[in-house]
Design a protein around this ligand. Sequence first.
Ligand code: FES
Length: 135
Amino acid sequence: MTTNNTVGVAEHTLFVCKTCASVWQDGKRVGESGGQKLLNELQQLAQDWELRDKFPIQEVECMSACNRSCVIAFTGKGKLTYMFGDLTLDNSASAVLECASKYYEQAEGLLPWSERPEPLKKGILARIPTLPVNN
Ligand code: FES
């Protein structure tokens, strides 16, 4: 069944790849991946984030940027979609939420280089145009 009812559907989402920076041995993952650690840190920090109910964190298996781990993406209804890579575990989580807050405030989701926190100044992998809005 299809429906146009969007009640309960988040208008923003922070995607986090939980497979990034995995160590593999004999076809099996060893220990916790870097992506999982980043995800855990983001979920922990987001508990005190004022946007936590409006900007849910969604874990994903892979966003096909595996050689640029760790990888996250911001998407929002009527906004540009951004994907960032090369995120390290030391200082990325708070920067990702800070950047998500800026993204949330911008009507089109524009994130100019100069306004992004340091860990997200480099490593941008994609800026995908907004879907046309049907009136
Ligand atoms: S494993 Fe993270 S993007 Fe593929």
